[in-house]
Write a protein that binds this ligand. Structure first.
Ligand code: PMP
Length: 400
């Protein structure tokens, strides 16, 4: 009965790793994967995560019962504090509802499903370019997806004018997806002054902000600094949604731990919104898994573990920043034609190199270097040892 099923293409991002795994060259290099690697190219489990897990194993009160539909209560409270700030008036006034979801993706999907059922304007604006899963998540939830200009290939920076024009022309009430920090794939973020202009424009038009926060702490190494754009939107008293992921900043990729928060006008509205979120979640997966959320809650509520986490997080962010500098220096030393300063200006896990899809194909074929076809490379996949190989490949690609 399934004989007529046609083969689907590989996922454009995860498919890069599939191709990498098939390559038998000893020099192969995977810069496609959006996951942190050590200087030795190995995945990293944070020490503080191991410690929290040990703590959970030793605690006999830890059981494996179902969590409530909305997840672990402590985890939800602490997650809201992490993104909105401990002193957030919205939290103090109990007008935020937070539900534990399946990492960032699940949080976006639950938020989108809620909006499709209960919000009056079903159009969402996403930046061009954006993370490839965004349009699929929102389309499948039943929202109509439109785009706003974001990246300017000429400057390899923000097209701020285009962004303001497109959001200015959006219908009143439209939803706007904003990357909270470390925009994926471009590594280009607005400055705080630009965020303030975006906020004013969006509030004046009643546009609804939906923040995707997948990299808090990864952009600057500082959790509060990276949450600043979200906090300025919450500080004005207006509504917003925020999807948080602990995949990158705690290295909990496969634990699938994240949270969706909806900031409402009043406590009463927030509690009604939460009651509807439960109706979205229950038929999707009933309730979320307990282990990852317990790890996060253990770390966030213990002062010492929290501090240890921030040190390990900063070390990851700093290694990425140092890779940017090393790659930039190596290209400059080699005299590779072109301005490569965007490598050190962009932030977060990725560099949007500006290499085109033909150059990417060439680098994969001749140098066994894997990346997405838009020229995005994961700086976290690079090390001091592999910088020269990548430099040679980029040089060859642009001088061909
Ligand atoms: N949003 C963005 C912008 C991302 O880059 C990612 C991870 N690649 C996610 C959301 C979601 O990731 P996860 O579901 O693993 O938390």
């Amino acid at each position: 009965v399934f004989a007529s099923v046609v083969r689907a293409p590989e996922d454009p991002i995860l498919g890069v790793t599939v191709a990498y795994n098939k390559d038998t060259s000893p020099n192969k290099l995977n810069l496609g994967v959006g996951a942190y690697r050590t200087e030795e190219g190995k995945p990293l489990v944070l020490n503080v995560v191991r410690k929290a897990e040990q703590h959970l194993v030793n605690d006999q009160s830890q059981i494996k019962e179902y969590l409530p539909i909305v997840g672990l209560a402590d985890f939800n409270k602490l997650s809201a504090k992490l993104i909105f700030g401990a002193d957030s008036p919205a939290i103090q006034q109990n007008r935020v509802t937070t539900v534990q979801c399946l990492s960032g993706t699940g949080s976006l999907r639950v938020g989108a499903e809620f909006l499709a059922r209960h919000y009056h304007q079903l159009t969402i604006y996403i930046p061009t370019p954006t993370w490839g899963n965004h349009p699929k998540i929102f389309n499948l939830a039943g929202l109509s997806v439109k785009t706003y200009r974001y990246y300017d290939p000429a400057t390899r920076g923000l097209n701020f004018q285009g962004l303001l024009e497109d959001l200015g022309a959006a219908p009143s009430g439209a939803i706007v997806l904003l990357h909270a920090c470390a925009h994926n794939p471009t590594g280009v973020d607005p400055t705080l002054e630009q965020w303030e202009q975006i906020r004013q424009l969006m509030r004046s038009k009643g546009l609804l902000p939906f923040f995707d926060s997948a990299y808090q702490g990864f952009a600057s190494g500082n959790l509060d600094a990276d949450a600043q754009p979200v906090r300025t939107f919450v500080a004005d008293g207006g509504e917003c949604l925020a999807a948080q992921s602990y995949a990158k900043n705690m290295g909990l990729y496969g634990e699938r731990v994240g949270a969706l928060s909806i900031v409402c006008k009043t406590q009463d509205v927030a509690s009604r919104v939460e009651s509807q979120l439960k109706l979205v979640i229950r038929p999707m997966y009933s309730n979320p898994p307990i282990h990852g959320a317990s790890i996060v809650a253990t770390i966030l509520k213990d002062g010492n573990m929290y501090n240890e986490w921030t040190v390990e997080l900063k070390a990851m962010a700093d290694r990425i920043i140092s890779m940017r500098q090393q790659l930039y220096d190596a290209l400059s030393a080699k005299g590779t034609p072109g301005d490569w300063s965007h490598i050190i200006k962009q932030i977060g896990m990725f560099t949007f190199t500006g290499l085109n899809s033909e150059q990417v194909v060439f680098m994969t074929k001749e140098y066994h270097i894997y990346m997405t076809s838009d020229g995005r490379i994961s700086m976290a996949g690079l090390s001091s040892k592999t910088v020269p190989h990548l430099t040679d490949a980029i040089h060859a690609a642009v001088t061909r």
